[in-house]
Structure formats: structure tokens, C-alpha cells
Design a protein around this ligand. Structure first.
Ligand SMILES: Nc1ncnc2c1ncn2[C@@H]1O[C@H](COP(=O)(O)OP(=O)(O)O)[C@@H](O)[C@H]1O
Ligand SMILES: [Mg+2]
Length: 333
């Protein structure tokens, strides 16, 4: 059995606004094991970035951890990243868990050469001499197939794809057990995307660590993940092994997400799912997907569906399914 690296129990993370709380992550539960590539999927505004930031302990006003646990399990210790001291965070970041933020191209400082930025990020947590660190960095970049002259460049001299590779190299240099990557390929063209995904996959294969990759693009999840967590409006709709999610999706939302993917031979661009995710200040009662759901029943407006396991490792939170895995009605196809 692979070791469990992260457990998320009833995590609630809201944003405090003048109008009330935005319930961005609301009672989320799942675990991550060593060696897994986990995809976090769902349309924009469903809480993916909020959850990823919280896993990294990056919780800043107006974001607020309300309750629950996001436990990082390190050598027999448990660290709840939702309520953690700065000093504790410093110890685990980079070495144990690292984070490639969304829109990370703004992460690099435009007036500093890559070399200096790399060294700063490494030395901050790692007590090494500059010369030795530099040699290691060069070796590492070489092993990832990056040209050595990137180190002497300023960010603007590099393409978007190359900047993203540098950021990923920085995030993985100290061999963290968990790497979080938020939309790492969004805004890059398809060929570059493929290269970045390959790089993430190669690093994961080498380190045998866990990678959590966030994307609104199911195509990205299809290419790289072992397991997919589908989020809708701050809650988990479905979790399952990637081939199961694509071949045997249960939740109507998952089905729509998959059907909105372009297929080979498509002449027109497929439109997304009709409508948009709700405002999380006042999410719909019952199942939050009910206003957009093609299979809506009366109960869906009244009761929040519980997560049930239908086959091994495949969970769904939908009133169409009962605890025994039987479908309640058949017209959901
Ligand atoms: N600073 C903020 N203040 C209030 N609401 C926010 C803030 N940041 C994000 N949100 C809201 O939280 C919800 C989840 O956002 P986010 O986690 O960025 O979603 P995703 O990454 O899936 O697109 C959205 O409804 C968004 O409008
Ligand atoms: Mg996001």
C-alpha cells in the first residue's frame, strides 16, 4: 500500500466579504497517496485554486479557514495546513511541499536574472554554499533538458513555456514529496502545453512523489492524471480513477464536462456547459448543481447529496445514486 501523504477532512475555506461569506471550499474530503498524480477539475470559480492554496497553507485575508483539516503527513507527524504556525510552514515548504501558482508567469521577478532567483529560492530553505548549489542547479536543469543559458537570462528573454519550465524546476529542485501545480499549462499553446505536462510527468516518475494538478481542461487530466477529483461550486461532485471517470462517469456534471471536450473530427468548437457556476455567497440549496442539472429530481433542491462509493475508489455525491451504488432512476444517460 502506498503511503498516505495528505488527508483532507471536512475542509471549509471561505472568503470574508461585506455581503457575507463566499463558500469557496465547503466540506471537502479526500486523501492523496504517495506516487499519485491527482487532477483537480471543474469550471472556473469552483474553488480549485482556493483548495490548492489552502493545501500549501497559503491562507491570507479575505480567505479564511473556517474548520476542518488538511493534514500533511510527514514522517509520522501531522500538520494541519489550515491552522498552522508560520515557523512550521517554513520547515515543510519547498522540501516537503511546493506550489506552482496559477498565472505563475508573474511569479518571476522581471529585473532579476533567473540564476539569482533560483539561488534565492533554494538558499532560503537550504543551508548550502552558493557554488555547490549552483553546480547542483545546473545539473538539475540539464537533467530536465533545459539549456544552461537560461540561468543567465532575465525572465522576459525567455518564452512563456521556458519560464514555466524554470518555475517548475525551482519548485521541484529540493525533491518535495508533494507538488501542487495550479493551471500550469493554461495560456500556453497546445504544443508547449504538451511539453510542460511531459516535464511534470517525468519529474514525478523520477521523484515518485505526488503531484496535484489543477486544470479546468479535462484534456489535461486525461493526459497526465491517475485519479480525478471533480469540484463543483465548492464541493466535490465525484472522485475516481481517471479511466473510470472518462469511461464510466456517474455525476451529471462530470458527464457534461467530458462531453464538452473537443473530439477528433469536430468541425465546430464545442460549447461549454450551459449556464455558469453559482455565486458562492448564496449557493443553491440541496445539491449545488441542481439548477443546471439535466437529471434534477425534487430531492436535489432540498438535500445535500452525500458522497457514496459505487465501485472501488470511485465516489459520487449525487441523489441519482444510493449507498448500494444502484441508480435511483434511469433517465440520466
Ligand atoms: N478574494 C476573494 N474574495 C471573494 N471571493 C473570492 C476571492 N477569491 C476567489 N473568490 C471566489 O471564490 C470562489 C472560488 O474561486 P477559485 O478558488 O479561484 O476557483 P477556481 O480556481 O476553481 O477558478 C469563486 O466563486 C470566486 O469568485
Ligand atoms: Mg483557479
Amino acid at each position: 500500500m502506498a503511503e498516505k501523504l495528505l488527508e483532507i477532512n471536512h475542509a471549509q475555506i471561505y472568503y470574508a466579504t461585506l455581503a457575507g461569506y463566499v463558500k469557496a471550499v465547503d466540506n471537502v474530503n479526500f486523501d492523496i497517496n504517495e506516487g499519485e498524480i491527482v487532477g483537480l477539475a471543474g469550471e472556473s470559480g469552483c474553488g480549485k485554486s482556493t483548495l490548492i492554496k489552502s493545501i500549501y497553507g497559503f491562507i491570507k485575508y479575505p480567505m479564511k479557514a473556517i474548520s476542518g483539516e488538511i493534514n500533511l503527513l510527514t514522517n509520522g507527524n501531522k500538520l494541519n495546513m489550515l491552522f498552522v504556525e508560520k515557523e512550521e510552514l517554513r520547515k515543510v515548504r519547498w522540501k516537503y511541499i511546493s506550489y506552482v501558482p496559477q498565472a505563475s508567469l508573474h511569479v518571476l521577478n522581471p529585473v532579476t536574472r533567473i540564476k539569482k532567483q533560483f539561488l534565492e529560492s533554494v538558499k532560503r530553505e537550504h543551508n548550502v554554499k552558493e557554488k555547490e548549489a549552483m553546480d547542483e542547479v545546473k545539473e538539475y536543469l540539464k537533467s530536465l533538458g533545459l539549456p544552461p543559458d537560461v540561468l543567465d537570462s532575465f525572465p522576459h528573454q525567455l518564452s512563456g513555456g521556458m519560464q514555466q519550465r524554470v518555475i517548475i524546476a525551482m519548485a521541484t529542485f529540493l525533491k518535495p514529496r508533494i507538488v501542487l501545480a495550479d493551471e500550469p499549462t493554461t495560456a500556453l499553446d497546445v504544443v508547449v502545453q504538451r511539453g510542460i505536462l511531459q516535464m511534470l510527468r517525468d519529474i514525478q516518475k523520477e521523484l515518485k512523489n505526488s503531484l496535484i494538478i489543477v486544470s479546468h481542461d479535462m484534456g489535461v487530466h486525461y493526459q497526465i492524471t491517475h485519479k480525478i477529483v471533480i469540484m463543483y461550486a465548492g464541493k466535490i461532485a465525484e472522485i475516481g480513477p481517471t479511466d473510470e471517470i472518462f469511461n464510466n462517469p456517474y455525476h451529471p456534471y462530470t458527464r457534461l464536462l467530458i462531453n464538452s471536450l473537443p473530439r477528433i473530427g469536430d468541425r465546430e468548437q464545442r460549447s461549454g456547459i450551459e449556464g455558469s457556476p453559482p455565486n458562492l455567497l448564496n449557493p443553491p440549496e440541496g445539491c449545488r448543481f441542481n439548477p443546471r442539472c439535466p437529471s434534477k429530481m425534487k430531492i436535489c433542491e432540498e438535500k445535500i447529496p452525500e458522497m457514496v462509493e459505487i465501485s472501488k475508489g470511485h465516489f459520487v455525491a449525487c441523489h441519482l445514486f444510493q449507498k448500494n451504488g444502484k441508480r435511483v432512476k434511469e433517465d440520466a444517460e
